[in-house]
Design a protein around this ligand. Structure first.
Ligand SMILES: [Zn+2]
Length: 172
């Protein structure tokens, strides 16, 4: 007999996968730097550990189990765009909020959707509903970025809301 220790990161990653969100392991912040070991790392704690990067994202439980067995502390990345059918709008600071308001005035209030608070604003999750959404920075408006790869640990409730999130009307 023994105590079954479940890695909370693995547990969360499997939850996303079960909800249909492809995940991949990212390097995690370490000692004020990045676990990749490069002191000049440009994206500490935010870049993929796998060779093909975001293209390796999967919902396959076995692969996910192996990844977190090899790197138990790995941050969780969620692929957005292609396979997952979701995309993220990063609302950055006051300019982002103002741009969002302007879009709502022009196109109508956005449907309720998954939302995650970030250091400087929030991330809004939408279903692509089969449309192709490419990455862009500031194209929707100042302070609004559309992201193809997002990272972090989000609560199960947020993951559930992402999955149920409705489409964004009037998005380009
Ligand atoms: Zn790094």
């Amino acid at each position: 007999m023994g105590i079954r220790i479940v890695n909370p990161l693995l547990h969360q990653a499997l939850k996303y996968a079960a909800a249909g969100l492809p995940v991949l392991p990212l390097y995690e912040p370490r000692n004020g730097g990045c676990a990749c070991g490069d002191p000049q790392c440009k994206r500490p704690g935010k870049h993929p550990r796998t060779r093909n990067g975001v293209r390796d994202a999967t919902t396959d439980r076995e692969t996910i189990n192996r990844w977190w067995r090899e790197s138990p502390g790995a941050n969780i990345g969620i692929e957005t765009g292609g396979k997952s059918g979701i995309f993220v709008v990063d609302v950055d600071g006051l300019p982002g909020r103002q741009s969002l308001r302007r879009i709502e005035v022009e196109k109508g209030t956005l449907p309720p959707t998954g939302k995650v608070l970030t250091g400087r604003g929030c991330q809004l999750y939408f279903r692509t509903l089969g449309r192709r959404i490419s990455n862009s920075a500031g194209q929707l408006g100042k302070g609004l970025d559309v992201r193809g790869l997002i990272m972090g640990q989000f609560g199960g409730e947020q993951a559930r809301r992402v999955v149920q999130g409705s489409g964004m009307s009037g998005a380009p």
